[in-house]
Design a protein. Sequence first.
Length: 134
Amino acid sequence: MLSQHSAPRGTLTVRVIEAENLKNEDTFGHNDAFVELWLDKEYKQRTEVLKNADNPVWDQTFTFPIEEGSSKHKIYLKVLDKDTLDTEKIGEGKLDITTAFEGNEIDEWVELPAHLHLSDHGKVHLNVTFQADA
């Protein structure tokens, strides 16, 4: 098991595959959903906006450089609904990626819990791998 500060130097690859049962933030129509993801708030990446999709399939891949000894062992994500006038948050979640640094592929659905965890606002399917530098 990795200690809190022992990530090797390399590249983290995160594939945002799809989402299911996203809470509809629109009064009329469906979500125009996209995902923001980050390890560090200074370097966010995002999927394309999929219009009229409460169960969107993005299948987009993102890479994050990892410095040796990095303590960033979680990937954070926020699902948003893009509207003409504003952008509303559908939900947010996080995934522990420690096992990816140990050479394991992570393939998980990340829940988007509602406030106080009383219900959920859907879930997002992620696939995460890590390739250490030679």
